[in-house]
Design a binder for this molecule. Structure first.
Ligand code: ADP
Length: 673
């Protein structure tokens, strides 16, 4: 082997190849350059092929390219050997290189032939182009389809998203509802628990009645309320009825019937009987419920109102007592609200004002008269504010339109919170009192005036006498004295009459009544009037047995007054008749004359004090104007009446009545005797 390698690289006896070219530089260089370029080209091609194969990994038969590369490199190497052998005649080596090249070339040629069918089977670039085109079209179509699909998918996805969002929303809502319901249920449970607690505390029993089966279900509170042992209620309507007080049972049945028939709410109060015999008041309230598919049910509550009822009854009693007291009071009592409407109107108020309670209750209080409103406007406002009045004098209307003078005292009512509620008004009718006061005042002024006239005259006459101007005129002085005496007579009469009248009207005269014979009375009156009675023809006409129950002195005084007037206001010797006629329980007395008569418009007023038809004439006749007033007062003290009838110029008749004695009066009278 060693020898082979040495031979291979030995030049031996060979001559360099350049000799063949005779070392002609041109020829040598031609070969050198050509072989060098071929060798370079042959070496570069495999590099390119190698690069190609590396880049095209998917290349089929890539190994044939590598084989080509090996073959070309071999060829290139032979050209390098050609350049080498120009100077170095290692022809064994170049031969070996050629052998290697020949083997590689041959192998490559054979492989190429063997590969040809497969290479031919590969698609041509045209085919590939067409296929590519078709592929492109397909791709385009696919892309379109894909695009459509994507669109569809997007739409679908959108829908799915929308639907999902909807579902999410619905889900959220549902969740919210569930939460709310849960919360409501929790709250309901809590409030139910509280309600149950409240029912226990408030002793409120709850029940449910099936209106068809009459099954009645109760809570424990109901049993406690009815004093029953736990679980002892029989759950039936009939059992419940048995527990109700017999007097209230019919009402209870009716109330339940009414709610079942008319659907109205049940709201009634009834008494129940506890097993230990006690009676308890309960308020029962219920409502009808009708659920779909269920029979109608009545759901209600029962409450213990015994204490409330007791308080109510006590209040009622107090109120009744109060109302009785108020109505029994002789003073009119009225209660008004701050808006001036009447809340209470006592019997005395009915009698005083004329309006019945039914007419004024809830109405504005009948107010003060129109013409007095300005004067009293302040008062109602002050009343409404609850101010207290004591004995305030004011005017009030009566139902008949007349006006009353009343004294009002007030007291405000307040509730437990000190809120002003109403005003109590207590009235006192002072109309008469005021009229009397007024009359008294007028009487005093008239009396003073009447007394002053004769007194002034007396004073005048005495003054004249005292002055001495009549000292030498005894006739005139005598007249002066007479005048003074006449006036003093009148003064005495006046004072006597005034005193009589005052004693009679003040009630200070104690009547001494007895059974009196009318004829006797008249006779004594006539006798007392002598001698003026002889101026007329006086006849007494009366049944002998006509008797009255009276104070004889006062009746004689009356008859004397009437008789003296008849004589005074009649011509001389005219007829005067005194008569007395029994009429049932009464005796009618009459004093009839044929005198000047009295004008019709004066017939009533002449009984008033100091009333005279013809003042100067009456005074000239010694009249005081008080005679008839005294007569009226005397007759009224005897419960009788007095009046006059007259025709002007023809005469007058004065009548008065006196009671006949009763059986008792007669017995008393006989007893006294
Ligand atoms: P007098 O003192 O003035 O008589 P009376 O009260 O007795 O007062 O009478 C009042 C008035 O009534 C008299 O002044 C008179 O005008 C009138 N009068 C009373 N009686 C009669 C009579 N019989 N005839 C006419 N007038 C009478």
């Amino acid at each position: 082997m060693h020898d082979f390698v040495v031979n291979l690289f030995s030049t031996g006896s060979f001559i360099p190849h350049g000799h063949c070219y005779l070392w002609k530089p041109g020829l040598v260089w031609l070969h050198i350059i050509s072989d060098a370029i071929i060798a370079l080209a042959y070496y570069s091609i495999p590099l390119t092929l190698f690069y190609f194969v590396r880049q095209r990994q998917d290349l089929p038969f890539s190994w044939i390219f590598l084989l080509f590369a090996a073959f070309i490199i071999s060829c290139g190497t032979t050209h390098i050997a050609e350049i080498w052998t120009l100077w170095n005649p290692t022809y064994w080596l170049s031969g070996i290189l050629k052998v290697a090249t020949a083997i590689v070339s041959l192998f490559t040629a054979i492989e190429l032939v063997a590969l040809m069918p497969q290479a031919l089977a590969l698609p041509s670039p045209l085919q590939l182009k067409q296929a590519n085109k078709a592929l492109q079209a397909q791709i385009k179509e696919r892309l379109q389809v894909e695009k459509q699909l994507r669109q569809l998918q997007e739409e679908l996805e959108q829908r799915v998203q929308d639907r999902t969002a909807q579902l999410v929303r619905v889900n959220e809502q549902l969740q919210q509802e569930i939460d709310e319901r849960y919360r409501a249920e929790v709250a309901l449970l809590a409030s139910r628990e509280r309600l149950v607690l409240a029912q226990q505390v408030g002793k409120i029993g709850t029940y449910e009645l099936n209106t068809q089966t009459k099954e009645l279900i109760w809570t424990e509170e109901m049993e406690a309320l009815y004093g029953l042992e736990r679980g002892s209620f029989e759950d039936s309507y009939e059992h419940w009825l048995k527990l109700i007080h017999p007097d209230d049972r019919a009402d209870a049945v009716l109330s339940v019937q009414r709610i079942i028939t008319h659907g109205a709410d049940l709201d009634t109060e009834l008494r129940i009987m506890l097993p230990d015999g006690r009676i308890r008041w309960v308020a029962t309230r219920a409502k009808m419920f009708c659920e779909l598919g269920h029979s109608e049910r009545l759901i209600g509550v029962n409450m213990d109102i015994t204490e409330h009822k007791q308080v109510q009854q006590e209040l009622q009693k107090t109120l009744q007592t109060l109302t009785t007291l108020i109505n029994a009071s002789p003073l009119p009592i009225v209660v008004i609200q701050p808006n001036m409407t009447v809340q209470l109107w006592s019997l005395a108020a009915e009698q005083l004002f004329g309006w019945s309670a039914a007419e004024v209750l809830g109405q504005p209080i009948p107010i003060i008269p129109q013409d007095k409103q300005d004067q009293f406007r302040q008062d109602p406002e002050a009343l409404a504010k609850g101010e207290v009045f004591a004995g305030v004098e004011t005017y009030h209307c009566k139902r008949d339109g007349s006006t009353l003078v009343v004294s009002v005292s007030t007291a405000p009512f307040y509730d437990e919170h000190h809120n002003f509620q109403s005003i109590l008004l207590i009235f006192q009718d002072i109309t008469e009192q005021q009229a009397i006061e007024q009359m008294k005042n007028e009487f005093i002024s008239i009396v003073s005036h009447e007394l002053r006239t004769p007194l002034t005259a007396i004073q005048g006459f005495l003054g004249l006498l005292n002055s001495g101007i009549y000292d030498n005129k005894p006739q005139k002085a005598k007249r002066m004295v007479e005048q003074a005496l006449t006036n003093s007579d009148r003064l005495v009469r006046l004072v006597n009459d005034i005193l009589d009248l005052e004693r009679l009207s003040s009630g200070r005269v104690q009547l001494v009544k007895e059974v009196c014979n009318a004829a006797d009375l008249m006779q004594r009156a006539v006798e007392g009037l002598q001698p003026i009675a002889s101026l007329s023809a006086i006849t007494i006409s009366t049944p002998t047995n006509a008797c009255v129950w009276a104070d004889p002195d006062l009746i004689i005084q009356t008859l004397t007054n009437l008789l003296s007037n008849a004589i005074k206001f009649s011509p001389r010797d005219s007829m005067i008749t005194l008569s007395a006629q029994p009429q049932g329980e009464w005796v009618l007395f009459a004093a009839k004359d044929q005198g000047r008569g009295i004008p019709a418009d004066k017939l009533e007023t002449i009984f008033e004090r100091f009333e005279q038809v013809d003042v100067s004439d009456a005074r000239a006749k010694g009249g005081t104007g008080l005679g008839l007033a005294i007569c009226q007062s005397i007759i009224q003290q005897h419960d009788g009446s007095i009046w006059a009838e007259s025709i002007l110029g023809e005469g007058s008749t004065f009548y008065f009545t006196l009671p006949i004695p009763s059986r008792d009066n007669e017995q008393t009278h006989l007893g006294h005797r």
